[in-house]
Ligand binder design. Structure first.
Ligand code: VAH
Length: 313
């Protein structure tokens, strides 16, 4: 039985669908701070505040999960508006889950980190698994601290915690909230809705991204890998496609020739994006558990626009 905490977000909602398909509806309990718009037939959902340790414990005793997926967090852009709340949610939510997992003997946990753990002095290109990491967003600081915590709880208490440093994730099923990389999602929604988009990141801002289908598959492949193969217990670098707003706009124009992009300047998210790498080296994930992305920029663009044409009709 899997308990997912923070299951209504951009990644959680699609991970939940994939896990239900793999393990059966009755074996996936989703939870989040508020009810989702709709709960599908046979789906089990519980409202849960990850900062309420007693409430988490009650759900764990009720459903006796053997795996926890902790997706609840405040992302980078929103975090800069409410840094104390972001730290509280991202760190104390994680600590609640880790301590309860030790107390109740729940071994397997998935917790996402992010390329936001890298900072201005980290290598910008082909950023390695280990390097200087001086994140300067509260989100990145909380994710770097979280990586140190999950590795400690693995070494000290034997928890089988697994983690990946997600790049910006691109998807069409759920509109994301509060991310710096979300321009790369909004651009597709606006290309269909308006035929134009004003990017809050400058045209040459190159960032590491990953298509949701690859992110979900990679996450499940990591969780399925034999524990003895895993050499990283902080969080694995994961790479997909690196591109700029200009490059993705060009790709969209190949399908929607009349699409127009413009650029807003001095958006606060630009400084966050400028502190992050342009591209990531994921050799360790490839060597340890066979990771490989499948979508390139053209394939992702085609899939996004096809699905959004239907969804936004
Ligand atoms: C964000 N989408 O923008 C998230 C992610 C690497 C980016 O952490 O905050």
């Amino acid at each position: 039985v899997i308990l997912m905490i923070g299951a209504n977000g951009q990644i959680g909602s699609e991970l939940a669908a994939a896990l239900r398909k793999k393990f059966g509806m009755e074996n996936v309990i989703t939870s989040d701070i508020r009810e989702p718009k709709e709960i599908g037939e046979g789906e089990i959902f519980e409202t849960l505040n990850v900062l309420d340790k007693e409430a988490i414990k009650a759900l764990m005793l009720k459903y006796k999960p053997t795996q926890i997926y902790l997706l609840a967090a405040m992302l980078s852009a929103t975090g800069e508006q409410y840094p104390q709340k972001a730290w509280d949610l991202n760190m104390n939510g994680l600590l609640n889950v880790l301590d309860l997992a030790v107390e109740l003997g729940i071994k397997k946990i998935f917790w996402p980190s992010s390329i936001a753990v890298f900072g201005p002095h980290s290598p910008k290109v082909d950023t390695p698994q280990y390097c200087v990491m001086d994140p300067n967003s509260i989100y990145g600081i909380s994710k770097l601290s979280g990586e140190r915590l999950v590795e400690y709880y693995h070494n000290r208490y034997g928890l089988d915690i697994r983690s990946v440093r997600y790049p910006g994730i691109i998807s069409w099923r759920t509109e994301p909230g509060g991310g710096t990389t979300d321009y790369a999602v909004h651009i597709f929604f606006e290309a269909i809705r308006q035929g134009k988009y004003t990017s809050f990141l400058s045209e040459n801002t190159e960032l590491p991204m990953l298509y949701m289908d690859d992110a979900v598959r990679g996450t499940i492949e990591l969780m399925d890998a034999p524990a003895e193969q895993l050499t990283i217990r902080s969080s694995y670098n994961l790479a997909g496609i690196s591109f700029t707003p200009k490059q993705i706009a060009e790709e969209i124009k190949k399908i929607l020739p009349n699409f127009e992009i413009s650029y807003a300047d001095n958006d606060p998210r630009q400084a966050i994006a400028d502190s992050w790498p342009k591209s990531i080296n994921d050799d360790t994930a490839r060597n340890d558990w066979g990771w490989a992305p499948t979508f390139d920029l053209a394939g992702m663009t085609k899939d996004m626009l096809e699905n959004l044409k239907t969804k936004l009709k």
